[in-house]
Design a protein around this ligand. Structure first.
Ligand code: FAD
Length: 349
């Protein structure tokens, strides 16, 4: 029975980033990923997606993303970069391998997959969030007979031509999708709070710099907020939507009914489709048998599980390190994680 020092579950940007910092570690490790090619969740986002991070903030550790002739890279450009990044460093990735369960006995993890079992002394989970889309629940949601799609299932506006569509969610996904759909359909935008667009004179670079310095310097007044990583970035489609004046957000309705929604004043309004741009939760299903998952989270010190110290979690969001759910932010947590794993093996050599 082959025993790996480490198995990394997930071959997206987070898994690859950890691998980058293990290059000269001498550890015998393998990355398991269920996709048939490199690209992680980016393979599944909508066709016209533009990254909200400018090119220099869309680069992984060690190798800058090639410049494009536009400020914000296209989804396809970032996928090509991820593919090239993986090839450049020759990371050991086994694809088409879905991990459905991890258990542990005698200090060894047993990783059960559609391609048989794997065994490892340590484990990094970097499975992202895309497989766990979040939909808030509203009364009578199951009574509604129109189409409901989460952003992760959205491809393009074509499917909604000439329809009445409600887009729910005030982040970058909601704003980009609303812009596209509003070209072919009658749209209503529902957000919990008035959406916050990044000011015209502030670009994505400033946003990332400012968010980072705010985070690391809590004494600045700016910490109380000037800009935030959740602000809507003015990529081309959003600028276009602003120009066409399509962003009129209203606060949520109170319930669904058969053909649409009921607003707070009791008025009913019919919709052909509802698009949920309401984000994601961590995808941790494969770790449930380890008895570490509670409310979609695992208690950690930085990226290391408190209950299961041979397990690290990378890339899930701020609870696994500042901005670790972004391309720019994941590098630091990946580096620290790799350092801890090396230290673990030094101690247990
Ligand atoms: P993923 O890309 O999801 O990679 C995880 C990999 O693990 C996938 O290949 C998945 O299939 C695989 N996997 C999952 N479960 C299993 C399993 N059980 N067994 C085997 N394999 C498994 N960030 C930015 O910095 N800039 C942006 O512009 C930006 N735009 C975004 C736009 C959208 C619409 C969304 C949703 C997010 C965006 N993000 C952006 C955030 C973040 O960069 C992406 O979500 C990114 O995909 C996260 O990478 P990851 O490696 O953590 O997860």
């Amino acid at each position: 029975m082959k025993i790996y020092d480490l198995i990394i579950i997930g071959g997206g940007q987070a898994g690859l980033s950890v691998a980058y910092f293990l290059r000269r570690s001498g550890l015998d490790y393998l990355i398991l990923d269920d996709q048939k090619e490199s690209g992680g969740a980016w393979l599944h986002y909508w066709d016209s997606l533009k990254l909200f991070s400018p090119t220099d903030y869309s680069s992984l550790s060690g190798w800058q993303m090639p410049e494009t002739d536009h400020e914000y890279p296209l989804r396809a450009e970032f996928i090509a970069y991820l593919k090239a990044y993986e090839a450049r460093y020759k990371f050991p990735v086994q694809r088409n391998t879905f991990v459905f369960q991890v258990t542990k006995a005698d200090e060894l993890f047993k990783i059960e997959t559609n391609n048989g079992n794997f065994y490892a002394k340590t484990l990094v989970s970097a499975t992202g969030t895309a497989k766990n889309p979040y939909l808030p629940s509203y009364p009578n949601q199951n009574v509604y007979q129109g189409v409901q799609r989460h952003a992760v299932e959205y491809r393009s506006g074509d499917a909604f031509k000439d329809q009445k569509v409600m887009v729910i969610g005030g982040g970058n996904s909601g704003a980009q999708i609303l812009s596209e759909v509003s070209k072919v359909a009658n749209t209503t935008w529902v957000t919990l709070e008035p959406p916050r667009f990044l000011p015209e004179n502030i670009d994505g670079r400033y946003l990332f710099n400012q968010a980072t310095s705010n985070f690391f310097d809590e004494t600045t007044e700016a910490f109380n907020r000037q800009v935030s990583l959740s602000d809507i970035v003015l990529v081309e489609s959003v600028r276009d939507g602003l120009k066409r004046d399509v962003y009129h957000a209203v606060r949520p309705f109170v319930s669904f009914y058969k053909d649409g929604v009921v607003w707070e004043n009791g008025n009913k309004e019919a919709f052909d489709a509802v698009l949920w741009c309401t984000g994601f939760k961590p995808n941790l299903k494969h770790l449930e048998a380890l008895d570490v998952v509670e409310n979609n989270r695992i208690a950690t010190k930085d990226t290391r599980s408190l209950k299961e110290p041979q397990l690290w979690l990378v890339g899930y969001g701020s609870w696994t390190g500042f901005a670790s759910g972004t391309i720019y932010g994941v590098g630091k947590t990946a580096r620290d994680t790799a350092r801890e794993i090396r230290a673990y093996f030094k101690k247990h050599a």
